[in-house]
Write a protein that binds this ligand. Sequence first.
Ligand SMILES: C=C(O[C@@H]1C=C(C(=O)O)C=C[C@H]1O)C(=O)O
Length: 461
Amino acid sequence: MEQARSRSSPPLVSRTTEIDEPAFAAAFDALSSPRTTWSAPDDALVLGGGAAATLTASGTDRFAAIREATTELFEAGDVHAGTEAARPRVFGGFAFHEGACDGDPWKPFSEARFVLPRVQLTVADDGGAWLTVNAVGDDADVSAVEDRLAREVDRFAALDAADPADPPTDRAARSPRPGIRESRRTTSRAAWRESVAAAVDRIRDGDLRKVVLAQALEADLAADFPRAATLERLAEKYPDCHRYWFEPAGGESAFFGATPERLVSLRGRTVETDALAGTTGRGETPAEDEWLAQELLDDEKNVHEHELVAETVRDQLEPFAASVSAGERRVRRLATVQHLHTPITAELDADRHVLDLVEALHPTPAVGGLPPDRALETIRETEPFDRGWYAAPVGWIDAAGNGAFAVAIRSAVASRRRATLFAGVGIVSDSDPDREWDEVQLKYRPILDELEADASDSPDR
Ligand SMILES: C=C(O[C@@H]1C=C(C(=O)O)C=C[C@H]1O)C(=O)O
């Protein structure tokens, strides 16, 4: 019994060494499932393979359960990380709400699932690559971990090296997009008009202030989904976004995307977050882009929709904070859309775990609505599909309880020959169903562009 108890807080052994940077696709393919990739603007890229530890939870207390499990996991460690970015971190995410993973394609996903990679490649944003081997519990033997690291170093040395003369776009271009054989929408235009009209009625009746309604699009692919090439193309096209890839156990499918929306990052007592809501398209010319951006900044409906998010995020941080400050509202321009964006920072009044903030903030009215309970009820009643991890928090946690989480939008679940894409829009009192429909199609673009054989042929453009 004593032994069983000591095993429940197992030691963690982690060893890292610097290596020559391998090519992304070669490293991705060399790692075993479950694979994780995580990359944030101006931060290191992490590729994880296998699981030294897997933490899962479900239900409304899933945030608290993961917080406790990470605290226990990181309690005792023998860690030589070499570089801060290679320190042990668990990577994963949460379901949008409890029960959101009950249907397809979410069944292999858990309502909360975090992995400490068994093997991790860390590539610093200013160059330099590190290989890490982690072990927990019975495997956590220092000399066994060091031997394993030496073997992994040999294995990675044999991979194609990263080649700055062969940029990712050129490499990815040699792996064509799969093409879509057939696609199905969860929501017809008629059903959408009805749902938006019903939501607008509830808002005008004073029952709701805002609700974010989403759709899903299921696409049968004409060829195998090119996993690494897709991630490389997203990295090239969306360098300012958080890019992520999470495989559930089994590795037959993965949830991935490139999101412009940070939920929260915590380092020490410093919190950074974004209010991101209010959307317009991109222009054909720089002048048209500017015109659209200005129109967005001046548009009452979009500003109202945005301010509900910014105010709520500030209010939700208040109870934890010694100070909260919001930057100036501005336009965030992405490859496919433009958004209203307000950066928000806070200093906490006490030490906190990042999951305390994740739990307090999720779902923000950028992906849920206001009041939160009524919005959630409307979402559940209206949407004919499961959100799973779509629009939910994904990110990492370290031993100090620091972490960074993004809102998992501009995302899809992909298996070998199928992808399910998700996109939503904020509905307020003066929302027009057809304009909101068009906005949903725009928000599919980041992922759809990587699936269609020739993106310019798309009827939805
Ligand atoms: C819900 C999504 O996006 C969110 C909704 C936005 C809006 O309604 O303007 C803008 C950015 C995101 O906060 C999505 O992309 O699926």
